[in-house]
Write a protein that binds this ligand. Structure first.
Ligand code: GRF
Length: 203
């Protein structure tokens, strides 16, 4: 499985996937890490692991369509089987989403369908939720709306701030994202219409 990871920032989820690949847990390799922001920590993590890196700065493009067209070219140059969005903070055009339908994953820090969009931790606190969490899902044209594959739950504590809650959620992110990448790499995971399907026979 040839994997391309898209990031915008610190890349702690990227690191968790790099670690899983290096541990032999994933049937494949990360061919490239692409960032829309220069000089982010995630790029350093990739370089340290001897993975090709590429910066495609959205500020250098006039429109979202032009950016996504260039991004598709770059992604395709690595001929990936799987595209992993790991903190890639961009809204994708429908043509990009269509192109990788069933082959693109995202991680979103909420128990979807709750709290699509930004500031999920603060919103969970404001709503006095007792439980919060994170979801890994296939990417479809609906923002944070594609079929959910795995969710992990964490408790919301009475003295939590968005930061402390985010830390607790992050620990779970680093467990479930590599797990889903592993399943995909073993060809156990498919998107069928609006559902994610995991083949249990191949355990
Ligand atoms: C994570 O919270 C993830 O859920 C969200 O963006 C953040 C990325 O963090 N989509 P990192 O760059 O992997 O550390």
């Amino acid at each position: 499985t040839r994997i391309v990871v898209l990031i915008s920032g610190s890349g702690s989820n990227l690191q968790a996937i790099i670690d899983a690949v290096q541990a032999g847990d994933v049937n494949g390799q990360i061919c490239a890490v692409i960032s829309n922001r220069p000089n982010v920590l995630g790029l350093e993590r990739a370089k340290k692991a001897s993975i090709d890196t590429l910066v495609l700065d959205h500020k250098e493009f006039d429109s979202r369509d032009a950016y996504d067209a260039a991004l598709m070219d770059k992604i395709d140059s690595f001929a990936p089987d799987l595209v992993v969005l790991a903190g890639f903070m961009r809204i994708l055009t429908p043509s990009l989403v269509q192109k990788y339908l069933g082959k693109m994953l995202n991680i979103h820090p909420s128990l979807l369908p709750k709290y699509q969009g930004l500031n999920t931790h603060q919103r969970a606190i404001d709503a006095k939720d007792e439980v919060h969490g994170v979801s890994v899902h296939f990417v479809t044209e609906e923002l944070d709306g594609g079929p959910v594959i795995v969710q992990a739950k964490v408790p919301v504590l009475s003295n939590d701030t968005a930061q402390t809650l985010a830390l607790r959620v992050h620990e779970q992110e680093h467990i479930i994202y590599p797990l889903v990448v592993k399943w995909f790499s073993e060809q156990r995971l498919t998107m069928e219409a609006h559902y994610a399907v995991l083949d249990d026979q191949k355990l």
